[in-house]
Write a new protein. Structure first.
Lengths: 156, 303
């Protein structure tokens, strides 16, 4: 059997008619991605799986969403924890568009400021960061003006 | 119309600085100008800071304004558990301007978002204290006659000292400044500020001790080396006496050189410096009232 055919067969197992497939999510961040995108509130059919083999990531997770499509702003939120995520937009069982996620210029909510003395860690306030470097990721807090580096990043 | 807060020194442009310094000179000549007559200012000090509070309240009084507020969180509704959001929202209904000091970083920026009236940051934790920077600039301008071509020596805690960071940013807007940093390794000027200077093509030098290099200085800006900043108390003991400025060190310094310090000082400036005409730190504190009158007038467009 050719690789192409194998791939096709594999895909067909849980192919969706219309919707979005988010691929190449690091397995350990699957549930964070679900939470960031608010998928727990989605009413249409969702399939997700983790710990698939991946050459790039070692282990990857995948989410298939029927009849759900994302705006760039929305999907780019996951770029912080799924840097290499790829989106396949499906219409009538065919991939009609492929997209990669991009780190946005502003990160609103999602990430905690690393500074324990920041007001955002002491009162109910939505965090707000300006991305000052995308690789490695450096986020400057609008409030305390301190920089949260990638290795200090905690998802809210 | 967008309200004009002063939260961080970088909120202001060079034009704003120059306007405020011009106004400060005017208030120094004529301190009692009742431009705030009929207006109420909130002075919200969530942590005590006697010097800053009295300086602001003097400025407001000299402008003829009324003051409401508190001088520490214990005597406010905060002790009942009220959030900063609610306190700010409530006070903002009563007054024309809020002056705020708070121990948490970013609190002033947040209060400015919540309040309908302008907010002046009188210190938010270790983050920003922009009115101190403006009074430092006014002191430099007054003693040097210009803010261009100034050689500034910053000595002491350059890592956590918010005043040196803000002064560095503000002075970088002027022509050809030179910075010299003298600090123990643990309290050295952070990389991000050195990078900022490099990117702007501004010269800076680092030294590990106070020596004859200070003879090039136009301004010596002293800060306190605080014991609690050191992880290892032995390290503190090693450096605590290295960064003390003594009168004998000033013999060959430039005649125009002046020593600034945000105060309170502990032992980093020996009392034998106080009588030297180059000691400027007490006058510097007096300039704070004029600078704050100027800032209030600028923000409320009183002049």
């Amino acid at each position: 059997m050719s690789d192409q055919l194998k791939k096709k067969l594999k895909l067909k197992v849980s192919a969706i008619n219309n919707g979005t497939v988010i691929d190449h999510i690091p397995s350990e961040n699957l549930f964070k991605v679900i939470s960031i995108l608010g998928l727990q509130k989605v009413k249409t059919q969702i399939t997700f799986g983790a710990n698939f083999e991946s050459e790039k990531l070692g282990s990857k997770a995948i989410i298939k969403l029927s009849d759900v499509f994302f705006e760039d702003d929305e999907i780019n939120k996951i770029s912080l924890i799924a840097r290499n995520a790829k989106l396949n937009i499906i219409r009538d069982y065919e991939v009609v568009e492929k997209r990669v996620v991009e780190v946005p210029d502003k990160v609103i909510g999602i990430v905690k400021c690393f500074n324990p003395k920041c007001i955002t860690n002491n009162e109910e306030i939505t965090t707000y960061f300006t991305v000052i470097s995308k690789n490695p990721l450096d986020l400057k807090c609008k409030y305390c003006e301190k920089i949260t580096h990638e290795h200090q990043m905690v998802i809210k | 119309m967008k309200k004009r807060d002063l939260i961080s020194i970088t909120d202001y442009s060079k034009e704003d600085y120059l306007r405020i310094l011009e106004l400060a000179a005017d208030f120094e000549k004529n301190p009692n100008q009742r431009l705030l007559e009929g207006k109420v200012v909130a002075s919200l000090f969530f942590e005590p800071s006697t010097r800053t509070r009295l300086s602001f309240e003097t400025a407001i009084n000299r402008l003829g304004g009324r003051i409401i507020g508190f001088s520490d969180a214990g005597s406010s509704s905060v002790s009942k558990g009220e959030t900063l959001h609610d306190t700010t929202k409530m006070v903002s209904n009563y007054v024309d301007l809020i002056v705020m000091r708070h121990p948490l970083e970013g609190s002033a920026r947040y209060a400015a978002e919540v309040a309908d009236v302008p907010v002046i940051n009188a210190g938010d934790g270790a983050n920003q204290h922009p009115t101190q920077t403006l009074l430092d600039m006014y002191s430099i301008l007054k003693t040097q006659g210009t803010l261009d071509n100034i050689n500034i020596f910053m000595i002491g805690d350059l890592k956590y000292g918010r005043t040196v960071h803000s002064l560095l940013m503000a002075m970088s807007e002027f022509e050809n400044p030179i910075f010299n940093f003298i600090a123990p390794e643990e309290l050295a000027m952070p990389e991000e500020y050195k990078l900022f200077l490099k990117e702007k093509g501004i010269r800076y030098f680092e030294h590990s001790e106070i020596n004859e290099n200070i003879n090039h200085a136009d301004i010596i800006y002293m800060t306190r080396v605080q014991k609690e900043r050191f992880m290892d108390p032995i390290e503190y003991e090693k450096v605590k006496n290295v960064y003390i400025l003594r009168n004998s060190m000033l013999k060959n310094t430039k005649p125009n050189m002046r020593i600034l310090h945000p105060l309170p000082r502990v032992n980093e400036i020996h009392p034998d410096v106080d009588d030297n005409e180059k000691a400027y730190y007490f006058e510097q504190a007096r300039n704070g009232v004029y600078a704050r009158q100027a800032i209030i007038s600028h923000i409320l467009k009183l002049k």
